[in-house]
Design a protein around this ligand. Structure first.
Ligand SMILES: O=C(O)CCC(=O)C(=O)O
Length: 187
C-alpha cells in the first residue's frame, strides 16, 4: 500500500531472491484495488528478465561483509531502468508476474492512494529452499493451501539460478523495512 503523496518506492528486486524454490514455477498475482496509473507508483517489470540471472540483493559494509537487503544495485548490475514497463489498469484488474522477473515501483507522488493485494503461489512440487515468508506448521498445513494438483513429498529439482538470502537483517520484517539497508536507491 502506498499512501498518496509519500508512499515509498519498492526497490528493484526479484521475488525468487527472497525465497528460492526447487524450481521456478513461482508467481505473484496482484489484485489492483485502486486505479493504477503512472503517477501513483504502479508495479513496473523488466520484460524477459525472468529468463536471466538472479542478481545480487545484498548490501556490503566497508569490510565486504554482506547482508541481504532485498534489492538490486542497478548501477552495479548494469541495469537500465528505462527498460522497465508499468503494469497499469483500472481497479479490479489483476497482474501476474514471474518469481524471477525484476520489478519495483516508484514513490506515489499523486493525490490518490495506491493499493495492491498480492497472492504469491507456486507449483505443488516447488518447495521453498529458504526464506519463505509463510511459516508452515506441518506438511498438512502446507497441503491445505493447495489450490489444485496433487500433494507431493518429491520436490521437482530444475536447473534454476539461486542465491541464498542470508544473512538476513532481522526476522519477520516487511519488504519496506528490509530494503532500508540498501545503499543506493534505484529510483
Ligand atoms: O507493491 C509493490 O509495488 C511491489 C511489491 C513487491 O514487489 C513485493 O512485495 O515483492
Amino acid at each position: 500500500m502506498k499512501s498518496s503523496g509519500y508512499g515509498a518506492a519498492i526497490e528493484w528486486h526479484q521475488d525468487f531472491a527472497f525465497y528460492p524454490h526447487t524450481n521456478d514455477d513461482v508467481l505473484a498475482l496482484a489484485v489492483i484495488i485502486d486505479d493504477m496509473v503512472e503517477e501513483n507508483g504502479p508495479l513496473m517489470v523488466f520484460p524477459g528478465s525472468h529468463k536471466g540471472p538472479i542478481y545480487d540483493h545484498h548490501t556490503y559494509d566497508a569490510d565486504g561483509r554482506g547482508v541481504f537487503a532485498g534489492g538490486i544495485d542497478m548501477e552495479a548490475a548494469g541495469l537500465d531502468k528505462s527498460k522497465a514497463v508499468p503494469l497499469m489498469g483500472p481497479a479490479g484488474s489483476i497482474s501476474l508476474h514471474h518469481g524471477r522477473i525484476i520489478h519495483g515501483s516508484a514513490q506515489n507522488v499523486s493525490n490518490r492512494s495506491r493499493r495492491l493485494m498480492f497472492f504469491e503461489m507456486m507449483a505443488a512440487d516447488a518447495f521453498p529452499i529458504m526464506g519463505s515468508m509463510t511459516n508452515f506448521a506441518s506438511i498438512e498445513a502446507y497441503n491445505d493451501l493447495l489450490l489444485c494438483g496433487t500433494p507431493t513429498l518429491t520436490p521437482r529439482l530444475t536447473d534454476v539460478p539461486i542465491r541464498i538470502p542470508q544473512p538476513q537483517p532481522d526476522a519477520n520484517k516487511s519488504i519496506y523495512e528490509i530494503q532500508k539497508n540498501i545503499s543506493r536507491s534505484g529510483f
